[in-house]
Design a protein around this ligand. Structure first.
Ligand SMILES: *Cc1c(COP(=O)(O)O)cnc(C)c1O
Length: 357
């Protein structure tokens, strides 16, 4: 570990591209794209996007226009869709960077059609249950055959699943049925419905273009089942010191942990300012020499205390693994009362970052 930094984040690009290939193989009849919004789920767009391109990915999704511009500078030839749609007055920026807005309401559709007159492609987002972005199903069906669709250069219709990670949820079938009607109403267009979990659902969810994000970065698309994805992210922090405490002593702010017997504690050089969630205080754990060591007390801004009594390898200058090996991002998310997505996208900028191929 570099002595100038407290923690190291390692992103395994070979695992990332293996995950992309695994997902692509789930639906060989469809094209497998990649969602790389939020700086590629915190993993670093500048390294992630070229790796996916080299693996064969040609279609990318980001959330914002600014993310699209950043992606275009890295991927000169890729197709790039911007999920959050067309902010008022942004048509020229989209065209300058050859970005495709995912048009999510009538005003966006009309503005894009008027400005581009069929010369610049875009996607049409249809809402099948999220009530977040996208035209309602009835409104979209009413537009079938309307010349505005061609004038807006629509080449893709898409929708988004509400509960794809819960395969038994009845909403999946209802959304799939609604989306099948949309697809049938726009016969010349490509269609896209599935995120990571949707890719693992029934064939009805897959259509022409997959939009996985989380699973590319190692998240389990099928919670409750064995994770078919390879871990991509590894987070390790330096152990700054180790100390012994007697039964009854406490540690950290507000003394929220008390030693039940005499214990050994290790202090790590990583805290919530690094993006490790404070809500994992007294509930998460880290690995030292492969031994699971509970987080003791409240997580501080720059420090975490571990109970390393059972980890004989704990020593000053050693390392603790906060994400990696047996400790995956889904587990860390659960311990923090959140989801692995939030763990990934919260990954901080204070780490030394390294990328392995
Ligand atoms: C973020 C997002 C995705 C990717 O979802 P994952 O669950 O990360 O695979 C796909 N489609 C849309 C519209 C999204 O916003």
């Amino acid at each position: 570990m570099s002595p100038g930094h407290g923690a190291r984040l390692t992103v395994d690009l070979a695992a990332l591209t293996a995950n992309w290939r695994t997902l692509a193989a789930c639906a060989p009849e469809a094209e497998c794209g990649a969602v790389v919004k939020a700086d590629a789920y915190g993993c670093g767009l500048a390294a992630v996007a070229p790796a996916l391109w080299r693996a064969g990915c040609r279609t990318f999704f980001v959330a914002h226009l600014s993310e699209g511009v950043a992606a275009r500078k890295i991927l000169p030839e890729a197709v790039i869709y911007v999920l959050n749609g067309l902010p008022p007055g942004s048509v020229e920026a989209f065209r300058a960077y050859d970005l495709r807005p995912v048009l999510g309401d009538r005003d966006e559709l009309l503005e894009w059609a008027a400005a581009t007159d069929g010369a610049s492609p875009a996607a049409l987002h249809v809402d099948t249950g999220m009530n977040r972005l996208g035209l309602p199903v009835a409104e979209a069906l009413a537009l079938a055959g309307d010349p505005v669709i061609a004038r807006a250069g629509i080449d893709l219709v898409m929708s988004h699943l509400v509960s794809a990670e819960a395969p038994d949820d009845a909403l999946n079938a209802r959304q799939a049925a609604d989306f099948a009607r949309i697809r049938a109403a726009f016969p010349g267009l490509r269609a896209s419905l599935a995120n990571s979990s949707g890719t693992c659902l029934a064939e009805a969810a897959r259509h022409d273009l997959l939009r996985p994000g989380y699973s590319l970065f190692g998240g389990n698309p099928e919670p409750g089942r064995a994770n078919p994805m390879r871990p991509v992210v590894r987070l390790e922090a330096t152990i700054l010191q180790v100390r012994d405490v007697a039964a009854g002593e406490t540690c950290g702010y507000n003394a929220r942990w008390q030693a039940p017997t005499s214990r050994r504690l290790a202090t790590l050089s990583l805290g919530y300012a690094d993006g490790y969630p404070r809500s994992a205080s007294n509930s998460g754990h880290a690995l030292v020499g492969g031994v699971a060591c509970p987080i003791a007390g409240l997580i501080s801004m720059d420090l975490i205390i571990l109970d390393v009594t059972d980890a004989p390898e704990a020593r000053r200058g050693g390392t603790a693994t906060l994400i990696g090996d047996e400790l995956d991002i889904d587990t860390v998310g659960r311990a923090a009362g959140t989801i692995g997505y939030e763990i990934l996208t919260g990954l901080g900028s204070r780490y030394v970052r390294s990328y392995v191929e």
